[in-house]
Write a protein that binds this ligand. Structure first.
Ligand SMILES: NC(=O)c1ccc[n+]([C@@H]2O[C@H](COP(=O)([O-])OP(=O)(O)OC[C@H]3O[C@@H](n4cnc5c(N)ncnc54)[C@H](O)[C@@H]3O)[C@@H](O)[C@H]2O)c1
Length: 327
């Protein structure tokens, strides 16, 4: 470790490396004192956990070894807060969907991995099981209403419920506005927007009946900001997903169903591999964090939104974009 990274920034400036352990010891002492001063009742209420215990609860991600671009940097919690939850993730045979499925399984959910065909879905299931998670595969095309209805009918018959739905399936098509044909427009909106609508419709009645459910729709930074090259069919679909999320959230909130969205920035997946090198370099130069997102960073944002920690969040579109767009 270099000298500069061993320095702590304090209100008085930069503390030299030799004082790091002194600062850590005094921090631990003050956390212990605070914990002691708060009565057990309030301790539970404030969820005051000593720093040392919080740190020891972190372990390197199992998902990282197969899914992360830089696995050594991945730290996830060993919480199993999604135990007994049934989660469906669409388009989870690869990319962000696979990372989402992996993180949800790591947190204890049984994940039903969807993709257009069975092969990639089964591949993802194998990885998740290899990591000690529970998963099963199902193939359907999210844009085909009858296929979606039949698939969710089977899922509900087999598992009795869907606690969590993640609408992630999508396609890319990085073309300038004049090249968007009517067919391209329809396909894009059918998969992203109608696909999300189809799956929401398919789970809503059972979530309402149980007065419980979590839905997360994957939008995009492009849906909030627009896209520089003008691929308006993609951005319109992603902006539509934000509208769908808000309207459904308003409708479903009284039934204790949280509907939210995530707007990822640029992540290294097959979808973005279609971008030209120039386009990618320009996009990265506009990311304050100075790097592409790691797929498991979307997985963890999803895990937060479907957890009890997010029980009072409705209709939000959470940006996960390295600071490239703030609204
Ligand atoms: N990668 C990024 O930088 C990025 C940024 C913003 C938003 N997103 C969104 O995240 C989602 C996942 O993107 P990704 O980068 O992982 O893409 P990807 O191409 O790597 O994976 C998408 C998956 O969806 C599946 N799929 C496509 N159409 C489907 C359909 N009709 N029915 C079922 N499955 C279908 C594909 O087979 C594939 O497995 C997409 O909605 C995408 O628009 C990605």
């Amino acid at each position: 470790m270099g000298t500069s990274s061993r320095r702590l920034i304090s209100p008085r400036g930069i503390a030299p490396a030799c004082s790091v352990s002194r600062v850590m010891r005094s921090k631990q002492r003050s956390t212990r004192d605070l914990t002691r001063r708060i009565s057990p009742r309030y301790r539970r209420f404030w969820n005051v956990v000593p720093l040392a215990r919080r740190v020891s609860n972190c372990k390197p991600s199992a998902a990282g070894s197969t899914l992360a671009s830089t696995p050594e940097k991945v730290m996830t919690s060993n919480r199993r807060e999604l135990s007994d939850k049934i989660a469906v993730v669409t388009g989870a045979g690869r990319g962000l969907g696979r990372a989402i499925a992996s993180v949800l399984a790591e947190r204890g959910a049984h994940v039903i991995v969807n993709d257009r065909s069975l092969e990639p879905a089964e591949e993802a299931v194998e990885i998740i099981r290899g990591q000690g998670g529970q998963a099963s595969a199902i193939a359907f095309d999210v844009s085909q209403t009858t296929e979606v209805e039949a698939a969710f009918g089977r899922i509900l018959a087999e598992h009795g419920r869907v606690d969590i739905l993640i609408n992630n399936a999508g396609i890319g098509d990085f073309v300038p506005f004049p090249e968007i044909t009517s067919e391209k427009w329809d396909r894009m909106l059918d998969i992203h927007l109608k696909g999300s609508f189809n799956c929401c419709q398919a789970v809503l009645a059972s979530m309402k009946a149980r007065k419980s459910g979590k839905i997360v729709n994957i939008s995009s930074v492009a849906g909030k900001r627009g896209d520089f090259i003008g691929n308006a069919h993609y951005t319109a679909a992603k902006a539509g997903i934000i509208g769908l999320t808000k309207s459904l959230a308003l409708y479903a909130a009284p039934f204790e169903i949280n509907v939210n969205a995530i707007a990822p920035g640029l992540f290294a997946t097959e979808l973005t591999s279609e971008m030209s090198a120039d386009m990618k370099a320009t996009t990265i130069s506009r990311i304050p964090a100075g790097r592409l997102g790691r797929p498991e960073e979307i997985g963890r944002a999803v895990a937060f939104l479907v957890s009890d920690d997010a029980s009072y969040i409705f209709g939000e579109t959470l940006s996960v974009n390295g600071g490239s767009y703030m609204d």
